[in-house]
Design a protein around this ligand. Sequence first.
Ligand code: KIV
Length: 323
Amino acid sequence: MDRDGGETGPSVHPMGVAFLFAEVRSPGAERPMSTAPRPPRQAMAGSCSPGFEAVSREHRVTVRSLAARKRRAERFSMLTAYDYPFARVFDAAGIDVLLVGDSLGNVVQGLETTLPVTLDEIVYHTRMVVRAAQRALVVADMPFGTYHVSREDAVRNAVRLVKDGGAHAVKLEGGARRAEVIAAIVAAEVPVMGHVGLTPQSIHSMGGYRVQGRTDAGRAQVLADAQAVQEAGAFAVVLEGMPADLGSEITKSLAIPTVGIGAGANCDGQVLVMHDMLGLSDATTPSFVKQYASLGLLAGQAARAFADEVADGKFPGPEHSYR
Ligand code: KIV
């Protein structure tokens, strides 16, 4: 599937579906059985070093500190995370915002769209990410259908993501059409991150995943949507799938921070789906994605080496056996 099309062209949203996770252990010393109690989180951080010095800037990233970053023209980073081990690594690496995105439908569950993802699933994954996040702001995505029925329903669902999931903020898709819902959630003390431009939950009404804002009318609409989200009280807004100069114009025109994904270099922050940037996706990644590692390849090689050693009777060796 081509994911770099125009407003009238084919799809662009990241749709990777492979999820591979390799647990790496140092050989030698006797290890506890998997049922042994786990060390506290602080000790865990040192016991499986991420391979770099943990970053410490502000003690905890907050909606206020992100606003201050924009005022100081300091950029910030956001990655999706869906579980404890990756959230822990990203948090220690200094990623400012962890998004429990409904992209989990694509990259974790292997679905074609994000539409079937449920609130319970986002709550479940948010809990794992929150447990790992010592510094990052954790934003939980509101799935399709959880803020479309009524304001009351939307507020109830947003509150659940904070109360049961432990999220620090929620994200929802849509601009002017969602302004009332955003205002109601903000009034209930839940910070909201907006999301305009290419909104994957609108796949059927958009007729595919299409870059937005390429015509004059489309451009005006995306700009108006971003402004409506700000007016409604959102603390930040994701700009997805739009020409770089529109991303830049919106960023300059708003007081709240923008977070770009396929929206050019001049947004206040940038976000990527973790499976795309780590090479864990089995789909061709769109051109706005930069792949920083090939973890899928590494995990496949490790699994193959294990399978070969088991077949050859080389694993487990004496050093991996109890006496
Ligand atoms: O669900 C998600 O991962 C997202 C990002 C692409 C911004 O909404």
